[in-house]
Design a binder for this molecule. Structure first.
Ligand code: ZN
Length: 82
């Protein structure tokens, strides 16, 4: 199996007020339908039909919206109290 992976690099904010960082990755191939835009549906009567992929809406691609929230590390706070 060949898979394409996208990697993002996260760096901590340079300014204190920058608590949230957001980015997006566009046009990722939909893994739910394997990029076909439709999936095979078999009902109780064993009738088969292709339906529009509920994940990508038939477009064959999805966009990833990524939000990273920064906050003080609880681990460091707990260790300093010991
Ligand atoms: Zn899909």
């Amino acid at each position: 199996m060949i898979e394409t992976h996208t990697t993002i690099e996260i760096t901590t904010p340079y300014h204190g007020e920058e608590e949230l960082q957001q980015t997006s990755i566009k046009r990722m191939t939909c893994n739910y339908c394997n990029g076909t835009g439709e999936i095979l549906h078999i009902d109780d009567n064993m009738d088969r039909e292709f339906i529009i992929c509920p994940c990508c809406g038939g477009t064959r691609f999805v966009d990833a919206e990524i939000t990273v929230k920064f906050k003080p590390s609880q681990y460091v706070l707990m260790k300093s109290k010991i």
